[in-house]
Ligand binder design. Structure first.
Ligand code: SAH
Length: 254
């Protein structure tokens, strides 16, 4: 008998930000599959099996989950944030498309989660209140020239730009280059938000400007939001307390 496979978003970290639907599906699963730190966020249940894997093994993890479902298990693959945003849902569908005959018959459900950009935006106000673009400047899964092409188009289009995976030890210089490219289209006073470990123990939020943004302040737990020409700050007592992008926009010529 073929089992079931749910790809479940755990949200950005805090248990309150997991949806009730995600909690119910996690509780009903016979087998949980995922990156160990994400599995650690799920309450233990007697009789439930856990299959923890390393970070960079998404496709192998997806195949393992599909094998378990083929063997009749009720499998939940966990993902941080939303499983469809730079995460496991894409990997599972890649595996199904390329994989064994039979995997296409597995009942697959994608359970949405609160993506890091939504949690980060909510912490500072409403920076995503108008058109925005989401880009991963990582060149692990795409060529750097494509990253540059997309950044250039987003910057020229005056979108608010959200950067997932902005930096890591293996990618020390890319973020600086991304900031320089965007600065050719935007004022140095454009608001930039560094949102680190949102809703987790080490949460840290820095509101700065494009002119002052220091790429060294980002790591793999940081998400960056770069304002459009309309994004602005509301200050109180000389300190920025809210960042928002108005719901209306004007055509800004370079
Ligand atoms: N599926 C996830 C994204 C996975 S990619 C989601 O929807 O949120 C991993 C990147 O997400 C990290 O490099 C970081 O840029 C961002 N991220 C994930 N959780 C975060 C958090 N709690 N705070 C800030 N950024 C986070």
């Amino acid at each position: 008998m073929t089992g079931r496979l749910a790809i479940v978003g755990l949200g950005p970290g805090a248990p309150e930000l997991i949806t009730p639907l995600a909690s119910n599906i996690l509780a009903a699963a016979t087998d949980l599959v995922g990156y160990a730190p994400y599995l650690a966020r799920v309450p233990e249940r007697p009789g439930q099996r856990r299959h923890a894997s390393d970070n960079r093994e998404e496709l192998a993890r997806a195949r393992q989950a599909l094998e378990l479902a083929t063997a009749g298990k009720s499998v939940a693959v966990v993902s941080s944030g939303d499983p469809g945003v730079f995460a496991m849902a894409g990997a599972v569908f890649e595996a199904i498309e390329d994989g064994k005959f039979g995997w296409k018959d597995i009942e697959v459900t994608v359970v949405p989660g609160i993506s890091a950009m939504l949690a980060a935006a909510a912490r500072v106000g409403a920076p995503l209140g108008h058109d925005f673009c989401v880009i991963s400047p990582s060149d692990n899964l795409k060529p750097w020239d494509l990253v540059l092409k997309r950044l250039e188009a987003a910057a020229a289009g005056d979108f608010v730009i959200v950067l997932y995976n902005p930096a890591s030890k293996a990618r020390p210089w890319q973020l600086g280059e991304a900031f320089r490219l965007i600065a050719r289209h935007r004022a140095g006073s454009t608001p930039v938000i560094f949102a680190h470990a949102i809703s987790q123990a080490g949460e840290r939020i820095e509101i700065t400007t494009l002119g002052q943004a220091d790429p060294a302040n980002a790591d793999m737990h940081t998400l960056i939001i770069i304002g459009s020409s309309a994004t602005r700050l509301i200050a109180k007592g000389g300190r920025p307390v809210f960042v928002y992008t108005p719901r209306h926009a004007e055509l800004v010529e370079p």
